[in-house]
Design a protein around this ligand. Structure first.
Ligand code: SAM
Length: 239
């Protein structure tokens, strides 16, 4: 298979505006146009979203809480956050993803009269590379995006996300412990060069070290696994 990616953001952007957009929109959606592997990834990812919503809600209601959803994809997390009354800033490097997320958010959040339920705010959507984000949010979340970052780029990425958060940062990544498992399955995960970007797995210790370097510590951990999907979720807070 072609070795693409590395730190090549342009490749990732291209992928998620084209083949990757089509593929992941189906996986993250609810139609039948998915094969068995994709269906399994859909299930795993939806468990990650549930797990993160629970982690967040366990600390109190989200109404009025500002949340930055970096690399929002089709809005799988932004939309449930908005349904809880969070004030969401959702962004993604892919314009196609952002357009889809915005469409889905309007479909799901607006009532038939075109208005929002009282207390809800439509997420603010933006096409943006997460390194270019600025501002301060109560909470920053970044789900299943680290897979596009080699470890030497991940530290700076984690540091930047932490700098945007006042109270907590939630990250999910494919843990390196499952490397050999994943290798066996990677053929099915990324079937063919045209559909592939490189997938980077991360050791939990490396992510933890990157957080510690900028004065953050892990408060909660979750692990989501299905047959073809592995995701470690960590919630970090200022140390
Ligand atoms: N976070 C979403 C979720 O869990 O439903 C989407 C996860 S999807 C596997 C990865 C997303 O990260 C894609 O939508 C991709 O465009 C986005 N992405 C990758 N690199 C990015 C970057 N440097 N800045 C912003 N978004 C990025």
């Amino acid at each position: 298979a072609e070795e693409v990616g590395g730190g090549d953001k342009e490749v990732v952007r291209q992928y998620f505006n084209n083949d990757g957009f089509q593929r992941w929109r189906r996986i993250y959606g609810d139609t039948d146009e998915v094969n068995k592997v994709q269906k399994d990834i859909r299930l795993g990812h939806s468990k990650t979203v549930e797990n993160v919503m629970k982690m967040l809600l366990d600390e109190g209601p989200l109404s009025g809480v500002t949340v930055c959803d970096a690399g929002c994809g089709t809005g799988c997390l932004s939309i449930p956050l908005a349904k809880e009354g969070a004030v969401v800033a959702a962004s993604d490097i892919s314009a196609a993803m952002v357009a889809e997320a915005e469409k889905q958010a309007r479909d799901e959040l607006l009532q038939s009269n075109g208005e929002l339920s009282p207390g809800l705010v439509l997420p603010k959507f933006e096409v943006n590379d997460l390194e270019s984000l600025n501002g301060k949010y109560h909470t920053v979340v970044c789900l299943d995006v680290l897979i596009h970052y080699p470890q030497n780029k991940a530290d700076a990425m984690i540091a930047h996300l932490a700098s945007l958060a006042n109270d907590r940062l939630i990250l999910s990544f494919a843990p390196k412990t499952f490397y050999y498992d994943l290798l066996k399955r990677v053929g099915e995960l990324f079937p063919g060069p045209s559909k592939a970007t490189r997938a980077y797995l991360h050791a939990e210790a490396d992510v933890e070290r990157a957080l510690q370097k900028v004065g953050w510590k892990i408060r909660k951990r979750g692990l989501i696994t299905t047959q073809f999907y592995f995701s470690r979720v960590v919630e970090a807070i200022p140390a």
